[in-house]
Design a binder for this molecule. Structure first.
Ligand SMILES: NC(=O)c1ccc[n+]([C@@H]2O[C@H](COP(=O)([O-])OP(=O)(O)OC[C@H]3O[C@@H](n4cnc5c(N)ncnc54)[C@H](O)[C@@H]3O)[C@@H](O)[C@H]2O)c1
Length: 424
């Protein structure tokens, strides 16, 4: 790619003596957001989102974002915007002052037309008042940024990028734009050359690579309902994940007593979420209403996927899979959460080994991001595609692994555990 560097392009846009309105219809992240900040106004369709997610790659916005955003919306909200690195929806972005207008528009051309009309109404405005390079960023009080530093030392412990972002924002409150840009350039350089950003970039791309299965062309089957067998530590967490992904869940245990114990753990976990305000009572009520407790295997007959999470015992698992073969509708994915056992041997207990796969969650299953899908030699491409889609639906980092003792993560932990013992 050739041409002038992005900061120079943005400077030229900002310096233009004609009104420049950014027309956003879609997702303006990173450089796209920084270009928009160089425009004199920003207009977006209601479906748009905006964000500066560089922190997730161990970096900071390096094309003036750390200097223009605080000058637009103030220093303190800019810290959260850049240090969280999550995209923000158009309505919220307008509320904090990033977008000047949100339009209901059916397509791209309508947003552009709305921006042209908007620009025509601004002809008499002094553009100097619209250039974010003029002026300083506001902060609520002298200690506010120091408090944010502490907050992000906890929220993103050990990460260099959030602290570097706050340094840049501090510069935006105290120095003029050019000096602030120098601080941004220096901080960006340090992060870019450091090993942390390289590791985070590797992780970012590796996580996406996991979802791609070479040669897999099958389409996933529908995933509206899940059956979970075993309401213990893992089964309860998996049931929560499925309910949170909008699935109807049947949670089954061997008897009423075990079932009630499992359901009470789920209820307690959700009550804590309400206390911490991460979920509302109304949301929790809806989630719980989607989980049906059962002791009869017939309740699993219509489930699109069933995940078994009973004790780690081959005979017990085989017995359960033989029962699933009897009761589940044709094509239902039959999965085991086994940590170590042979998926093919479990599949052998059914007359449909092509539908059997491992879905190995980690504890606590409602929190941990990794899901290992264990393919047996007889698992069909349809089943693999559906299990991969299941992981995506549950917002897990999902990878397909081979059928061997401990699969990947437990083998790695086993090996590093041995290393640790030898070291001791
Ligand atoms: N605990 C972990 O950290 C972890 C992590 C990953 C995978 N796993 C695997 O998940 C599975 C479950 O582990 P756990 O820690 O949740 O066990 P657990 O002991 O907490 O729960 C097992 C549940 O299965 C129920 N159960 C037993 N027999 C049953 C039957 N015939 N029908 C229905 N329910 C029955 C028990 O009543 C109990 O509620 C195991 O295969 C384990 O290897 C565990």
């Amino acid at each position: 790619m050739s041409g002038p560097p992005l900061p120079m392009v943005i400077d030229a846009l900002e310096a233009s003596d004609k009104p420049v309105v950014a027309a956003i219809d879609g997702v303006a992240l990173g450089g796209g957001c920084e270009v928009a900040l160089g425009c004199h106004w920003r207009l977006a369709s209601a479906r748009s989102q905006v964000g500066l997610p560089e922190v997730n790659l161990g970096l900071l916005p390096g094309a003036g974002g750390t200097q223009r955003l605080p000058r637009l919306i103030g220093a303190d909200p800019s810290v959260d915007f850049m240090c969280r690195g999550a995209p923000v929806k158009a309505a919220q972005a307008a509320k904090v002052g990033i977008f000047d207008e949100v339009v209901e528009a059916g397509d791209n051309a309508m947003v552009v037309q709305a921006a042209v009309n908007f620009a025509a109404r601004q002809l008499n405005v002094d553009l100097a008042t619209r250039r974010l390079c003029n002026g300083r960023a506001r902060t609520t009080n002298a200690d506010a940024l120091a408090a944010k530093r502490k907050e992000y030392q906890k929220l993103r412990a050990g990460e260099a990028a959030p602290q570097a972002i706050i340094t840049c924002i501090e510069a935006a409150t105290k120095q003029d734009f050019r000096d602030g840009m120098n601080v941004e350039g220096m901080e960006f350089g340090k992060l870019f050359r450091g090993s942390q950003s390289k590791a985070m970039q590797y992780m970012f791309f590796a996580e996406r690579q996991c979802f791609k299965i070479p040669g897999l062309e099958s389409k996933p089957k529908p995933l509206n309902s899940a059956g979970i067998i075993g309401a213990g530590l893992m089964g309860g967490g998996i049931a929560m994940c499925c309910a949170e992904a909008g699935m109807k869940v049947v949670l089954l245990d061997v008897d009423q007593k075990n079932l009630e114990r499992g359901m009470s753990v789920i209820k307690r976990n959700y009550a804590r979420s309400v206390e911490r305000k991460s979920k509302s009572q109304e949301q929790v009520d809806k989630l719980l209403a989607n989980i049906t407790a059962a002791t009869s295997y017939d309740a699993l007959s219509q489930c699109d996927i069933v995940v078994e999470a009973v004790f780690e015992n081959m005979d017990l698992k085989k017995k359960i899979f033989a029962t699933l073969d009897q009761v589940c509708k044709p094509g239902s994915v039959l999965a085991s959460n086994t940590s170590y056992l042979n998926i093919d041997e479990i599949a052998g207990a059914t007359k449909r080994p092509q539908d059997v796969i491992g879905c190995h969650f980690f504890s606590p299953a409602n929190v941990m991001r990794l899901l290992e899908n264990v393919r047996g030699p007889r698992t069909s491409p349809d089943t693999i595609a559906t299990a991969m889609a299941f992981g995506s639906k549950l917002k897990k980092v999902t990878c397909l692994v081979g059928n061997c003792s401990g699969f990947i993560a437990n083998r790695v932990m086993g090996v590093s555990g041995f290393g640790f013992l030898l070291h001791k």
